[in-house]
Write a protein that binds this ligand. Structure first.
Ligand code: IPM
Ligand code: MN
Length: 352
């Protein structure tokens, strides 16, 4: 039996980092003796160029028939002037919806050898940071009613009880396995949808007695993340708040080029992608950091394939590459030498 993986390299640096992720996956599959079957499909700008649609039906079908999906990145200046519903980003939003991937896990971890890259002072960072942001991914203002009326425009934040409950369960389960602390982030002092969100989280907490649930307004959470980030273990929040807070959290770890993500649904199938975008300014130059893409494959092994040892072996190979001093340009200290995308990928594959 082979695990079927659909690759969606996409745009900009997407193909470069995906190539290295595949290299590392092949190394780990040899080490642990499991088989992988790769298929590649179009998404984003390149899909628009080749088929006229950012998410061709073929791509959706291939993804649905696979065990895991690896995405590079979508978007770029070439497609920026297209109308909203035809942009490359629409392909990404569309595949999340089509696969019903409502739970987006974004770990923000400080890798010890990169501590100096964090803009936060040592006394704030302490000895490391490990936050898991659980972002609702298929609801809220991203998908609510929107439009134009006369000279106004509107977007709607709307959540059903069932939508909040299912993302809440993912977060409570994760908090149970981690440090037992769950902070639900909302804007319940203003938004009705946040008041529903909070009610549901409180109701759910009675089923998870081992988890300590707290609530925080999103403006305060944005501040607390840079003031005292170590107070957080698991954060659960809405689609748009999670989008914003995860970018903020990524920066306190030092580099957005390091952070992976997993988008999960009710079943085993998941979509795994780096948090960073397509970085058109460095695309094709071999400068991109492939670590976020590589760590995303570790999340796939853990969450979709239930191969925790293989996942750990990728994570420790990344740690070894960093400890050995290898740096891509984004994480190299000022003026220090850096390695290319492919050199970093090869080194991590060899450490595996
Ligand atoms: C992300 C991205 C996407 C989002 C964009 C590209 C649609 O910013 O994955 O965080 O807003 O969800
Ligand atoms: Mn984002």
């Amino acid at each position: 039996m082979a695990y079927k993986i659909t690759l969606l390299p996409g745009d900009g640096i997407g193909p470069e980092v995906t190539e290295q992720a595949v290299l590392v996956l092949k190394a780990v599959s040899e080490k642990y003796g499991f088989n992988l079957e790769f298929n590649t499909a179009l998404i984003g700008g390149i899909a628009i160029d080749e088929t006229g649609s950012p998410l061709p039906n073929e791509t959706v079908e291939l993804c649905k028939n696979s065990d895991g999906v690896i995405l590079g990145a979508v978007g770029g200046p070439k497609w920026d002037s297209l109308p909203g519903d035809q942009k490359p980003e629409k392909g990404l939003l569309g595949i999340r919806t089509a696969l019903e991937l409502f739970a987006n896990l974004r770990p923000a971890i400080v890798h010890t050898p990169l501590r100096a890259a964090s803009p936060l002072k040592d006394e704030i960072l302490g000895d490391g940071l490990d936050i898991m942001i659980v972002r609702e991914l298929t609801g809220g203002i991203y998908f609510g009613d929107r439009g134009r009326e006369g000279d106004s425009a509107y977007d709607t934040e709307r959540y059903s009880l069932a939508e909040v409950e299912r993302i809440g369960r993912v977060a409570f389960e994760l908090a149970t396995k981690r440090g037992g602390n769950l902070c639900s982030v909302d804007k319940a002092n203003v938004l009705e949808s946040s008041r529903l969100w909070r009610e549901v989280m409180i109701k759910l907490s009675s089923e998870y007695p081992a988890v300590n649930l707290s609530h925080m307004y999103v403006d305060n959470a944005a501040m607390q993340l840079v003031r005292a980030p170590r107070q957080f273990d698991v954060i659960v929040t809405s689609n748009i708040f999670g989008d914003i807070l995860s970018d903020e959290a990524s920066q306190i770890t030092g580099s957005i080029g390091m952070l992976p993500s997993a988008s999960l649904g009710a079943g085993k199938l998941g979509l795994y992608e780096p948090i960073h975008g397509s970085a058109p300014d460095i695309a094709g130059k071999g400068q991109a950091n492939p670590i976020a893409a590589i760590l995303s494959t570790a999340m796939m092994l853990r969450y979709s394939f239930n191969l925790p040892d293989a996942a750990l072996s990728i994570e420790s190979a990344v740690a070894k590459a960093l400890e050995s001093g290898m740096r891509t340009a984004d994480i190299a200290e000022n003026g220090a030498p850096s390695v290319s995308t492919a050199e970093m990928g090869r080194a991590i594959a060899e450490f595996v």
